[in-house]
Design a protein around this ligand. Structure first.
Ligand SMILES: [Zn+2]
Ligand SMILES: [Zn+2]
Length: 673
């Protein structure tokens, strides 16, 4: 065994170094700039601490802030440790448990200190002091040192320090394997946590101005309601202050755009506890729904889809056949096929009836329609669409406004096709989806291909072919490019097939997965769907599950937040309000409103005896796109003063011109000349 090893760097160059050299030492030997910038290293692809000795020939890549996703995750993980250390400095009787990084920061769960026998959970008032302590720890630039301990030492350490949660956890770890702890600082009394790592080399690598503690909530130990309630402290963490500030602005902007708030301001819908997760659409909200639905229906009609409507309730045995009963039942609303007892006393149901379930998805019912009558290869593709109302049973706590609900309407369709039609069908779908997103005011979206997961049905040949077909289809549209952030996601496909995902970017840079198309050969097999091929034999069709919006409820929520309630005119629930300045203009204002309504516009009137500025403010708040103001002069001259939402310039014009202008703008994008 020689004492030298070869490290291959990303540029292909090879460095011969002493066995046991660390990545930090390699960085220093390349230059002081890199030594300072290095945060961690990848050795043969595995992310490790800079301070780990490298014992064998390997590829070595140094990770810097340029590798942003990795750097962010490392920093957030470090922030979580610093948070835990800070809390224990300030509140020594607190026990630590666990704290991971999150999409925008980190959290840590603590067993709060007991003061005079009573628990003292943390509150938002504690956060400023904890933040200040975190900054002191960062300023001390404590090295984060990895050590390998055996299980018994860990258990003994945590037990001796009164850390009963950590001791319980450690006791369940495998015996005999080295476990890693990270110490903040040298010395026997340094703060430490059980952790797989890796970490940044020291707390000083964190930017003290790049984090903020955001809130405190409750969380159960190990996520189990039967266990102790812990205090979870959340923070957001970034690489620098600029990133943090941008994030805080985004949060503020997101709060302003909250669809629940705008939905109330515009009187679109409401929710109430008597119908958890099901939306009450008010007249104005349903106007928006209908405009969106009508638009999409026209696009589907033009795209060769046939629309169907299928049952809400189907027998349990049907769901057994499709596989949902076995795999998906906990998400289904199950009801007995029985007339309930009308007696006041005694049980409502006998408990002996057959069971039915509300559909959680439309797919099986569409296969049942496909199976009616004999299908020939010439009948394919069949594009079967349904604005299908589905129910999925989700816990109350998981529900969120109209974005996450229990009753929703999918813009669902299933395309039954032959293998030789697959690429074309996927390509045509991608083009349709592109047009719809642009029409609805989104100009950016990402396309991702989710590849085979570990647990899956079907042969490797089927997977190879399906994945390649989806890849080829996107390539055929020319959208497998950086502009569409095209990427492949290994392991993220459904258990029966790969899928394309479409992630919309909204006005404030957030992304929403909405559209999807996936190939499926399993369900046609399970439900025995077939067609007669050119060879006269029976073949299985391929079934493509696809949606553009996902669900109307969630998509309208996204639309509200994307447009901040200021919808393009064709979608606005109320397109114009005719408002009078003086009461003697009432009669003329009525004529104006009638002329607008006759041109197909959704118009309201405001003849109240209020100052015009008051009316302007109120209708602006309700995001009405146009205010049509009329006073005595307009009445005499047959004109109107048109005021666009958001304080654009007021323009006085002849009534007929105003009607023509608004009517032209209100035409849905697919009907424009
Ligand atoms: Zn850690
Ligand atoms: Zn489906």
């Amino acid at each position: 065994m020689t004492d030298q090893i070869n490290l291959t760097l990303p540029d292909g160059s090879v460095r011969e170094v002493a066995r046991g050299t660390t990545a930090a030492q390699v960085a220093s030997s390349i230059g002081p700039g890199l030594a300072k910038a290095a945060l961690a290293a990848r050795v043969d692809g595995t992310l490790i601490d800079l301070s780990r000795p490298i014992e064998r020939d390997a590829t070595l890549a140094l990770v810097t802030a340029k590798d942003e996703a990795v750097a962010l995750d490392l920093a957030r993980h470090d922030f979580a440790h610093v948070l835990a250390e800070a809390v224990q400095h300030l509140f020594p009787a607190t026990q630590i448990t666990f704290g991971p990084s999150t999409d925008d920061g980190f959290y840590y769960d603590f067993a709060p200190p007991r003061i005079e026998g009573k628990e003292r959970p943390f509150t938002d008032d504690d956060l400023p002091a904890i933040e200040a302590e975190m900054r002191r720890i960062i300023a001390r630039n404590e090295p984060l040192i990895r050590e390998e301990w055996d299980r018994d030492r860990l258990v003994a350490h945590f037990a001796a320090h009164g850390e009963s949660f950590k001791a319980e956890w450690a006791a369940e770890l495998p015996d005999g394997e080295p476990l890693t702890v990270y110490k903040a600082g040298r010395g026997d009394d340094a703060w430490l946590d059980l952790c797989r790592g890796p970490h940044l080399p020291s707390t000083g690598k964190l930017d003290p101005a790049a984090f903020k503690l955001t809130r405190v909530s409750g969380a159960y130990w190990r996520g189990d309601q039967a266990n102790a309630m812990l205090s979870r402290i959340y923070g957001t963490g970034w690489l620098n202050k600029k990133q943090l500030d941008a994030h805080l602005v985004r949060l503020e902007e997101a709060a302003k755009r909250d669809h629940r708030r705008i939905g109330q301001d515009m009187d679109l819908f409401h929710l109430q506890p008597e119908a958890q997760g099901s939306v009450f659409w008010h007249p104005k909200g349903f106007v928006l729904w209908r405009a969106l639905e009508a638009y999409l229906r026209r696009r589907l009609d033009a795209g060769g889809y046939a629309e169907v409507k299928t049952p809400q309730l189907m027998a349990a045995r049907q769901w057994e056949q499709s596989g949902h009963w076995g795999k998906y039942r906990e998400n289904m609303f199950v009801v007995p096929d029985e007339i309930p007892s009308g007696e006041d006393e005694g049980p409502i149901f006998t408990g002996t009836a057959d069971l039915l379930a509300l559909k959680p998805m439309n797919c099986p019912a569409h296969v049942l329609i496909f199976r009616q009558g004999i299908k020939s290869y010439r009948d394919l593709p069949i594009r079967m669409a349904e604005f299908g109302c589905c129910h999925r049973n989700e816990p109350h706590g998981a529900l969120h406004g109209i974005m996450r609900v229990r009753q929703f309407t999918q813009d669902d369709a299933h395309i039954f096709c032959r293998a030789d039609q697959l690429i074309d069908e996927v390509r045509v779908f991608c083009d349709l989806l592109d047009v719809v997103y642009r029409d609805l005011g989104f100009d950016g979206y990402a396309i991702k291909l989710a590849l085979r997961p570990d647990k899956r049905f079907g042969s490797e040949e089927m997977w190879d072919w399906s994945e390649q077909s989806l890849r080829d289809a996107v390539a055929a549209t020319g959208r497998d490019t950086a502009e569409y952030r095209w990427e492949e996601l290994p392991g993220e496909g459904a258990f029966y097939a790969p899928k394309l995902e479409f992630h919309l970017t909204d006005a404030i840079g957030r992304t929403w997965q909405v559209g999807t198309i996936q190939t499926d050969t399993v369900l046609p097999e399970r439900l025995d769907a077939s067609y007669v091929g050119e060879d006269g034999a029976r073949h299985r069709p391929i079934m493509l599950h696809r949606a553009i919006l996902g669900s109307f409820e969630r998509f309208i929520g996204i639309l509200i937040e994307h447009h901040a309630g200021r919808f393009p005119l064709w979608l606005a629930p109320v397109q114009a309000v005719v408002a009078t300045i003086v009461s003697d203009a009432d009669a003329y204002a009525g004529e104006v409103a009638a002329a607008l309504a006759k041109a197909g516009l959704r118009v309201e009137t405001d003849f109240r005896n209020e100052k015009i500025n008051y009316k302007v403010r109120e209708h602006s708040l309700a995001h009405v796109p146009y205010l049509v103001v009329v006073g005595r002069r307009e009445a005499e001259e047959g004109t109107v003063a048109l005021r666009p939402l958001g304080g654009g310039e007021q323009r006085v014009m002849a009534l007929a011109d105003a009607v023509a202008l608004l009517a032209a703008e209100a035409v849905p994008p697919d009907l424009r000349p």
